[in-house]
Design a protein around this ligand. Structure first.
Ligand code: SIN
Ligand code: FE2
Length: 203
């Protein structure tokens, strides 16, 4: 980790882990994935569309509808998800040092008025594996809590190129995105924020 990096309640935050061309390259990879597997707005169990748009790459992709949250092997259009790009896998390897590759790269797109409520990532089978998050585009206000919903929270701005590792005590900690600072980055031509999360889903 470098001097500007920090750890907040077990969340390891690598500030600007990706800079310049590395960010542009990842955006290009995301565009290819979205062309093959278009973004959609999953429904919450209450039947309301989420404000965040999503798609996935990898063996399994995340999906939600009235039946609940789950991983599935195909996009809602019935096709297999695209492969996770090497440049994304490389970030996973660099920050975790793990030999095991992630099964899923969930891609979230936030319009400046989108948000993601406080939640735990617990649809995976084994919580010993970390979740790695890569942020691109506009700044997002990331709220970090504890393993109980009522635990106190603190917030930090995630900027384009920041990478977060949620492992150990942070793996089942509540987290969410309260707001996006629209226009804070010029990386995405139409604005907004992309977040990629890499997850080991199954055994
Ligand atoms: C997530 O919790 O799935 C996404 C977090 C983020 O957008 O930074
Ligand atoms: Fe999450």
């Amino acid at each position: 980790m470098s001097e500007s990096d920090l750890t907040v309640r077990g969340f390891k935050i690598f500030k600007e882990f990706l800079v310049g061309e590395a960010q542009t390259q990842l955006v290009g990879e995301v565009r290819k994935i979205v062309t093959a597997a278009p973004m959609f707005s999953p429904l919450t169990p209450y039947g309301k569309p989420m404000s965040v748009q999503m798609t996935s790459a990898g063996r399994l992709g995340w999906f939600a509808d009235r039946l609940g949250y789950r991983y599935q092997a195909t996009h809602p259009n019935g096709q297999a998800w695209p492969e996770i790009p090497d440049a994304v896998l490389q970030v996973w390897t660099e920050v975790t040092g793990l030999d095991r590759s992630p099964d899923c790269c969930l891609i979230n797109f936030y319009h400046p008025n989108a948000r993601m409520g406080l939640h735990q990532d617990k649809d995976e089978v084994d919580f010993d594996w970390p979740v790695v998050s890569i942020s691109l585009g506009d700044d997002g206000l990331f709220r970090i809590g504890g393993t109980a919903r009522k635990d106190p929270t603190e917030s930090i701005w995630l900027k384009s190129g920041d990478v977060v590792v949620m492992g150990g005590e942070a793996r089942l900690a509540y987290h969410g995105i309260d707001r996006i600072r629209g226009g804070s980055s010029t990386l995405l031509s139409n604005g907004g924020r992309l977040n990629l999360t890499l997850r080991v889903v199954a055994l």
